[in-house]
Design a protein around this ligand. Structure first.
Ligand code: ZN
Length: 260
C-alpha cells in the first residue's frame, strides 16, 4: 500500500506585480522590459530545446538511410528482375520438356525411330539449357543474399531511429507545453503593465528594444548608463536631475532611454 506523505500545498500567489501607484511610467517600462526579457528567454529556450536538435539529427540520419536504401533497392530489384526472368525461362524449358516427353511416351502415335531420336535429343538439349539457367539463378540468388541482409540491417536501423524520434517528439512536446504554460503566465502580466505606460512611450520602447536586441531602456546608476556602462557627462546628469518627470532622456553614448 502506498501512503505518500504529501507536503502541505505550497502554492504562493507571487504572480502579482509588487508595483504600487508610486512607480512612474518609466519605471513601469523597466518592469515591462524585465517581463519581455523573460519572454525572450523563454522563446530562446523553446527554440533550443535539446530534443529539437536531437530530432533534427535523427531526421538527417533517417534521410541518409533512405538514400542508402534507395540505392540498395535499385541493385536488389535489378537482380530480382534477372531472377524472375531466369525462372520464366526455366519454366518454359520444363514445359517444353514435358510436352515432348508426353508426345514420346504417352501418345498413341507411333513415331518413326528417327523422330523419336530427334525428340530425345531435344529433351537432352533442353535439360542442359535448363541446368545452365538454374546455375545462373543460383548465382543471382547468391548475389541477392548479402543485399537482402544489407537491406534488413538498414530497415532495422531505420525503425530504431524512428522509434527514438517518436520518443524525442514526446520529450519535445512536453518541453514545449511546459514553456508555453510559463509564457502564458508571463504574458498575462503584460497588459496591466502596458496600461500604466503612455502609448508614445511604449512605441519608443518597442523601437529601442528592437534596435538594441532586448534592452532599450536602461537605469541610470551612479551617473552611468546601465545599458552601455559609460559614465554620463556631469552637465548631462545635471540636466536630467533638474528636468521634470515628463522629460525623456536618451543616453548620449548608446541611445537607450534612461530611467533616472
Ligand atoms: Zn548608454
Amino acid at each position: 500500500m502506498v501512503s505518500p506523505l504529501d507536503a502541505p500545498g505550497t502554492s504562493s500567489s507571487a504572480g502579482e506585480a509588487p508595483a504600487g501607484p508610486a512607480r512612474s511610467p518609466l519605471e513601469r517600462l523597466l518592469d515591462l522590459q524585465e517581463l519581455d526579457l523573460e519572454l525572450d528567454r523563454l522563446a530562446h529556450r523553446r527554440a533550443h530545446l535539446p530534443a529539437r536538435a536531437e530530432l533534427a539529427r535523427l531526421r538527417e540520419q533517417v534521410a541518409r538511410l533512405d538514400s542508402e536504401r534507395a540505392s540498395v533497392d535499385k541493385r536488389r530489384s535489378g537482380l530480382a528482375n534477372r531472377q524472375a526472368e531466369l525462372e520464366r525461362s526455366i519454366e518454359e524449358a520444363t514445359e517444353r520438356i514435358h510436352t515432348i516427353e508426353k508426345r514420346l511416351y504417352h501418345s498413341d502415335t507411333a513415331y518413326a525411330f528417327r523422330d523419336q531420336q530427334a525428340m530425345a535429343e531435344e529433351v537432352k538439349a533442353l535439360e542442359r539449357r535448363r541446368s545452365e539457367l538454374e546455375d545462373q539463378e543460383i548465382e543471382v540468388m547468391e548475389e541477392l543474399e548479402p543485399i537482402d541482409k544489407e537491406m534488413a540491417a538498414i530497415e532495422a536501423r531505420r525503425s530504431e531511429l524512428v522509434a527514438t524520434g517518436g520518443g524525442q517528439m514526446e520529450v519535445l512536446g512536453r518541453g514545449e507545453r511546459e514553456i508555453d504554460a510559463e509564457v502564458a503566465q508571463q504574458a498575462a502580466q503584460r497588459a496591466p503593465i502596458v496600461a500604466d505606460v503612455p502609448e508614445k512611450l511604449e512605441s519608443e520602447y518597442e523601437r529601442l528594444r528592437t534596435k538594441f536586441g532586448g534592452v532599450g531602456v536602461a537605469r541610470l546608476v551612479k551617473g552611468s548608463c546601465s545599458g552601455c556602462h559609460l559614465v554620463l557627462p556631469a552637465t548631462e546628469l545635471d540636466r536630467i536631475r533638474h528636468a521634470g518627470h515628463e522629460a525623456l532622456f536618451h543616453c548620449d553614448q548608446c541611445g537607450r532611454l534612461l530611467v533616472p
